[in-house]
Write a protein of this length. Structure first.
Length: 120
């Protein structure tokens, strides 16, 4: 945001504070950026046939272990019959919670999976 013009930012609901988060809040306020804070159950409509379903974080299942990573934004993008699952910065404990929450249906099934960098 210091180098390019940003009008809107979508972030996952924050469950703990940090110095970086405070810097972010200051910067969006200075630059008059609209911030959308989302959590599990929300849908972000981009245009016709293109949207993101927010799967994580969840106020009902906040993870205290390494909370900044494990409560990071996990979304499934849908475009017609193509889907992509973005797993944010989650670690194994959050992966297990998400699979437990959504594993009995096809919500996690995606054309492409972008895995969290902590897995390898």
């Amino acid at each position: 945001m210091q180098e390019i013009r940003v009008r809107n930012v979508i972030i996952g609901k924050q469950f703990e504070d940090s110095e970086n988060y405070q810097k972010f809040l200051k910067l969006v306020k200075e630059r008059n950026v609209k911030v959308y804070m989302v959590e599990a159950g929300k849908r972000i409509n981009i245009e016709k046939d293109l949207y993101f379903d927010v799967l994580w974080p969840s106020s009902k299942q906040v993870i205290s272990e390494n909370g900044i990573n494990n409560n990071s934004l996990v979304c499934k993008m849908m475009y017609q019959k193509f889907s992509m699952l973005f797993t944010g910065d989650i670690e194994e404990v959050a992966e297990k919670a998400i699979v437990e929450k959504y594993g009995n249906n096809n919500i996690l099934k995606s054309t492409v999976l972008k895995i969290a960098h902590h897995r390898f």
